[in-house]
Design a protein around this ligand. Structure first.
Ligand code: SF4
Length: 305
């Protein structure tokens, strides 16, 4: 793992560890590869943060549970009224699934999510004194909270060194060559955590999500306007038609495993988070996105991050 205290501007020259990119299967220095990409994100999207609206741990927990297989924009449309009626876990725990459903019926899987919210609120009251726990293990005990949601709360609210892997993080990491042959979100998480400094894990999570949502979209990535194309094995492979590049740089291998997991999870009434890609006009660049984020960050003084 890279030294978490090491500044990203320092360029280590380490051992070439595996053939992950470059024409003809040339080896790359994986630490250097990570550093170039993280440096780029740090320069171009320094204010990356969650697009969900929240003011405290409970509100973010509610929002992230609702965001499973739903857009942040849609979640932000229902949470004001929901949280006005249920401003804390006590008020929600005293309600019932039917009433909660009435506030969230416009989002995906409203029945399951109403049950999860009610169960989550009751467990916060019964097991955690009404407070949102600060460990991934305790968070994952809550109904509706899988590893991704737990990592988001641990990272964003409690500044824990956690990497939440959703469909965007999973896909973008594979395309960029940050992960190698990862079959599950947990495998991808372990690889990312092994190479990204702890101090910026949370920020890196948002970088990868936003890049996947607005630039490196699932079906048709906007490579022509992506500032990372020179470091990207997926782009190099598709541009040069280099069949020797690793399979996980390909669209199919990078996206199918997680999508299959998510569909299975939904059937089991245990959804994991998936945010639908939001189309973006071609004229919108990541630099403009970073600028918008900066303005947004300064205008939302109530949010912790
Ligand atoms: S170059 Fe294309 S595939 Fe690579 S990160 Fe950018 S948008 Fe994604």
């Amino acid at each position: 793992m890279m030294d978490s205290k090491k500044k990203l501007s320092i360029e280590p020259v380490g051992e070439q560890v595996r053939g992950q990119g470059g024409k003809g299967g040339a080896k790359i220095d994986i630490d250097r590869h990570y550093q170039k990409i993280l440096d780029w994100f740090a320069r171009n999207n320094p204010f990356a943060k969650s697009e969900l609206h929240y003011k405290n741990a409970y509100e973010l927990l509610v929002a992230v549970i609702l965001s499973a297989q739903c857009t942040d924009k849609r979640v932000n449309m229902v949470t004001p009224a929901l949280l006005a009626r249920f401003p804390d876990s006590l008020s929600m725990s005293r309600s019932d699934q039917e009433e909660i459903y009435s506030y969230i019926k416009s989002i995906s899987y409203p029945n399951n999510k109403a049950a999860h919210l009610l169960g989550m609120a009751k467990m916060l009251q019964s097991d955690f004194g009404g407070q949102v726990p600060d460990t991934v293990e305790d968070l994952m005990r809550l109904p509706g909270v899988g590893r991704k949601t737990a990592n988001v709360i641990a990272s964003v609210i409690f500044d824990k060194p956690a990497m939440a892997v959703d469909t965007h993080v999973f896909r973008v990491s594979a395309r960029l060559g940050l992960t190698h042959a990862a079959k599950t979100p947990l495998e991808a998480e372990k690889q990312l955590v092994a190479h990204i400094p702890e101090t910026i894990l949370g920020k890196a999570h948002h970088w990868l999500i936003l890049h996947g949502r607005y630039v490196c979209t699932a079906r048709k990535p906007h490579c022509e306007e992506c500032g990372l194309s020179e470091f990207c094995p997926y782009f190099q492979a598709n541009r040069e038609g280099d069949a020797s590049l690793p399979a996980d740089a390909k669209e199919t291998a990078s996206s199918r495993p997680l999508e299959s997991l998510e569909k299975k999870s939904a059937r089991m009434k245990k959804p994991v988070s998936r945010k639908e890609p939001v189309s973006l006009k071609k004229s919108v660049s990541l630099r403009k996105l970073a600028s918008a984020k900066g303005k947004s960050a300064s205008s939302k003084g109530n949010s912790k991050k």
